[in-house]
Write a protein that binds this ligand. Structure first.
Ligand code: FES
Ligand SMILES: [Fe+2]
Length: 475
């Protein structure tokens, strides 16, 4: 099933297969995808108009008439909550002579993230006044007799865009022949459904413009292989060895251990015990506290951190790591229940398969927990392959009525704005982008076990763009 869904692009020859990846074969891939304007033009033709892409959380368009714009590369789409409660999406262009129906300025630091509003009953083009209803039908043409009254509704309506929802997100696809969103999400969607992302709400949301290609930015969050080199302070309380695995279009990573004897599936996600050899009651707390505080108060919750702080008082010194985790989860679940936050019941085999974080093709990342998620999205910035729009946001399950009000905030990439750990990630990006341009760079050597998500991104991109496929090393 995975192979079928990963070959929906127009090109599928000469690429490595999912089986090659599962066998963790060693590969490299060309760097053209990061720098070339031709490649960027091909993304505009073959990638963005063909893929399901996340627009926004559904909760941002709660009422009929609420609307917003979503822009990627040269495309602009209007998404709107219709009077009947369903979502509609249209290309943001007037069919007369092509003015944007809603003017969307370039995204500007501190100024423009998107354009949105409420109470929308239709659209009137600002150029010659043509009108449209919320179904996209034309409602007004000035002087239709000048066309001999031969303009048809098909000629004068807005161009529809497919829209659907998953996990509390609004997704669009500009390809009228695209596969359904459920099929696109595949097994990744089935697994993440257990975490009930739709019931989570924004805790914070920030964005920035970075000096690197969008793929350099998303790749910085696809693998924990960089933790030892980039976030060495985190090694005090935890090991960050990771596995990664392709699921067709999408892929997952999770914590792993280098020693087969210490494999512990249940702790491949964020709620795991601290470093082997330390008192797990103490190290589990230290690990989660440090992660929470230095990743901008995300990737965990206040409830989980507080419950972890009590482990030393509530458990004997003899408690094993597995007992510590079980007790921690039980008491955090009870604490949350007492304040009106219900945990989803997730079968242990699903929890094990769910790992730590998912890369959803092409540009969405979700690091999920039972009651929270830390997420990223990256888009190209206009026509410049050397820049991107980077967004990160934290979701959390809140007691009803206690969800915070948030909006997109532009935040320069400092530790003060994003937390020390994310600032360390940002510090690499521009220099990865610059470094790969060196004539002395022989091509990436991604780790076949720990960085498979990066390889899978390039494998799937090649299926859409028609070049850039990873190739087996030595071939
Ligand atoms: S371009 Fe919209 S009415 Fe002319
Ligand atoms: Fe990182």
């Amino acid at each position: 099933m995975n192979e079928v869904s990963s070959k929906k692009g127009p090109f599928d020859s000469g690429n490595i297969t999912g089986a090659d990846m599962d066998a963790e074969r060693r590969v490299t891939y060309p760097t053209e995808a990061f720098f070339s304007r031709d490649y960027l033009e091909d993304e505009k033709k073959h990638l963005w108009p063909k893929v399901w892409q996340m627009v926004e959380r559904e909760t941002d368009l709660p009422e009929p008439g609420d609307w917003l714009t979503y822009d990627v590369a040269d495309e602009s789409v209007i998404v709107l909550r219709h009077g009947d409660g369903s979502l509609r999406a249209f290309h943001n262009v007037c069919p007369h002579r092509g003015r944007q129906l809603v003017s969307v300025p370039d995204m500007l630091p501190g100024k423009v993230h998107d354009v949105r509003g409420s109470g929308r009953r239709g659209f009137t083009c600002g150029f010659h006044g043509w009108g449209f209803d919320t179904d996209g039908n034309n409602t007004f043409v000035l002087d239709p007799q000048d066309w001999n009254n031969e303009l048809t509704p098909e000629m004068t309506c807005l161009s529809p865009v497919k829209v659907d929802t998953w996990g509390g997100y609004i997704y669009i696809n500009m390809d009228p022949d695209c596969m359904p969103l459920g099929e696109w999400m595949g097994r990744a969607g089935e697994i993440l459904d257990h975490f009930e992302l739709a019931k989570m709400r924004y805790k914070w949301r920030q964005w920035a413009i970075y000096d690197c290609n969008w793929k350099v930015a998303i790749e910085a969050f696809l693998e924990p292989y960089h933790v030892a080199g980039t976030h060495s302070q985190l090694l005090r309380y935890g090991d960050y060895y990771a596995y990664s695995k392709q699921y067709g279009l999408h892929s997952v990573s999770g914590y792993d251990t280098r020693d087969e004897n210490y494999k512990m599936n249940e702790s491949s996600g964020t709620t795991r015990s601290g470093k082997a050899g330390l008192d797990p009651r103490v190290s589990t707390y230290q690990l989660i506290k440090e992660n929470y505080e230095t990743v901008n108060y995300s990737a965990s919750t206040e409830t989980l951190v507080k419950a972890a702080s009590r482990l030393q008082d509530e458990l004997p010194e003899s408690a094993t790591p597995a007992e510590v985790i079980a007790h921690w989860m039980k008491s955090a679940k009870a604490d949350d229940a007492a304040r009106g936050v219900t945990w989803p019941e997730i079968p242990s085999d699903v929890m094990a398969e769910a790992g730590l974080a998912w890369g959803l093709f092409p540009n969405q990342n979700i690091l999920h927990g039972v009651t929270f998620a830390l997420c990223y999205r990256v888009r190209p910035y206009g026509d410049d392959p050397n820049k991107c729009i980077f967004e990160s946001y934290a979701l959390e399950r809140f007691p009803e009525g206690e969800e915070p009000e948030t909006e997109w905030v532009y935040a320069d990439p400092t530790g003060e704005n994003w937390g020390a750990v994310l600032a360390q990630d940002f510090a690499n990006m521009a220099f990865v982008h610059k470094g790969m341009k060196s004539s002395g760079f022989r091509g990436p050597l991604p780790n076949p076990h720990q960085e498979q998500k990066v390889i899978n991104l390039h494998r799937n991109l090649a299926n859409f763009i028609g070049r850039g496929a990873p190739r087996l090393l030595g071939d």
